[in-house]
Design a binder for this molecule. Structure first.
Ligand code: PMP
Length: 379
């Protein structure tokens, strides 16, 4: 990494040496045996990481997490469908915007209190009883607020009410416990650059058989967004056969294969739980508090203490660590965010460097905190 700052934003994240090496190989042909092998393995690894139902369909398409959101919505929602969005921040709002573009009849729950998880409020169940929603969309971890929803409970309730359940797992898959088949979710989507631990550039999702069937009753999405364009290709790759619809980013697929191969779901979830808890204890030693209720394990969204403002961030980066500012409209200048997901969670010295940089930058600005005690929590 030489003098490059340590990247501790909530995605993209630092990747492992093995992933880096795979991404740096000369690009392969999309119909070469090695790319077909890597693609097929990656799709198989997705099945186990997601806990996909046996008849589920993993999808990998060049694009970012937002493209994965559009894939989900355009293939299962038709204009006029009532859809409920559980909103705990910026990305729930994006989901609602994508749904509105599709012409869905969008009902939002949560935007008035994005910093508290909405599942406990009882309003969710009441809404589910009041309307037969075609689909319910929820963000597992909203990266703008650091709030983690009880996605398992939300999905189970949505399914019991007869709705399709769409989960934005961009900031959770690989880092937070989520078992698609066990809870019954119909689409669980993410992107390559977060807890999966690959470079940005791949939209990833698994669709249930019910979600794939839903495509038959909606007006065709744009060709590139259409599941029916991609599924035969992905099935061919899983079966080890060459196929083509649009050129996949072969270097990223190679990196994804290595990232998923390095990721044991149970071990990774447990590691993120341990690190998430250690980071929260570390922040407490520095007098930093989480922005919202139910903080996630994959990132920390931290309020600036009294007297501290966003000038803290350049001071942290001067100490060799890049963190992120706030993202939630209206509150942007009141908090900052530190990502702790993927490979870096197995590197205590990098976590320690991060905590120390934050602690010393706070001291520069006259804020008192026990930096050594904070660092000790993560080492
Ligand atoms: N959903 C969540 C929860 C996210 O964190 C992000 C990205 N930060 C997105 C969706 C959108 O992903 P992308 O930026 O890769 O388009």
């Amino acid at each position: 990494m030489n003098d490059r700052a340590l990247l501790m934003i909530p995605g993209p994240v630092e990747v492992s040496p093995g992933v880096l090496a795979a991404a740096a190989e000369p690009p392969g042909s999309h119909v070469s045996p090695s790319v077909i092998g890597a693609f097929g393995r990656a799709l198989g690894s997705m099945r186990s990481l997601w806990g996909a139902p046996a008849d589920g369909s993993p999808v990998v398409v060049s694009g970012s997490g937002s493209l994965a959101m559009e894939l989900a919505i355009w293939n299962v929602v038709a204009p006029g469908d009532p859809v409920l969005v559980v909103e705990t921040g910026y990305f729930g709002d994006r989901m609602a915007q994508i749904l509105a573009r599709r012409g869905a009849d969008v009902v939002r729950i949560g935007p008035e209190h994005p910093l508290g998880a909405v599942a406990a409020e009882g309003a969710f169940e009441r809404l589910l009883r009041s309307t037969r929603f075609r689909a319910v969309a929820c963000t597992h971890v909203d990266t703008s607020t650091g709030v983690r929803n009880d996605v398992d409970a939300l999905v189970r309730a949505a399914k019991a009410a007869g709705s399709l359940a769409i989960v934005d797992g961009v900031c959770s898959v690989g880092g937070e416990r989520l078992d698609m088949a066990a809870c019954g979710a119909d689409v669980v989507l993410t992107a390559s650059q977060k807890a999966i631990g690959a470079p940005p550039g791949l939209a990833l999702a698994v669709f249930s058989a019910e979600a794939v069937a839903a495509r038959d009753r909606v007006p065709p999405p744009p060709l590139y967004l259409d599941l029916q364009s991609w599924l035969p290709i992905l099935q061919a790759y899983e079966a080890g056969r060459p196929s083509y619809f649009a050129t996949p980013p072969t270097s990223l697929v190679a990196a994804l294969d290595v990232a998923l191969g390095e990721l044991d779901p149970e071990e990774s979830w447990a590691r993120h739980e341990r690190v998430g808890a250690a980071m929260r204890r570390a922040w407490a030693h520095l007098g930093l508090e989480p922005l919202g209720r139910d903080p996630a394990n994959t990132l920390s969204a931290l309020r600036y203490p009294d007297g501290i403002d966003p000038t803290l961030l350049p001071r942290i980066s001067a100490r060799g660590v890049t963190v992120a500012g706030g993202l939630l409209p209206g509150l942007q200048g009141t908090y900052f965010r530190v990502g702790h997901m993927g490979w870096v969670t197995g590197q205590p010295e990098l976590l320690a460097r991060t905590v120390r940089a934050v602690g010393l930058a706070l001291q520069d600005l006259g804020h008192r905190g026990d930096v050594d005690a904070a660092v000790a929590e993560v080492t």
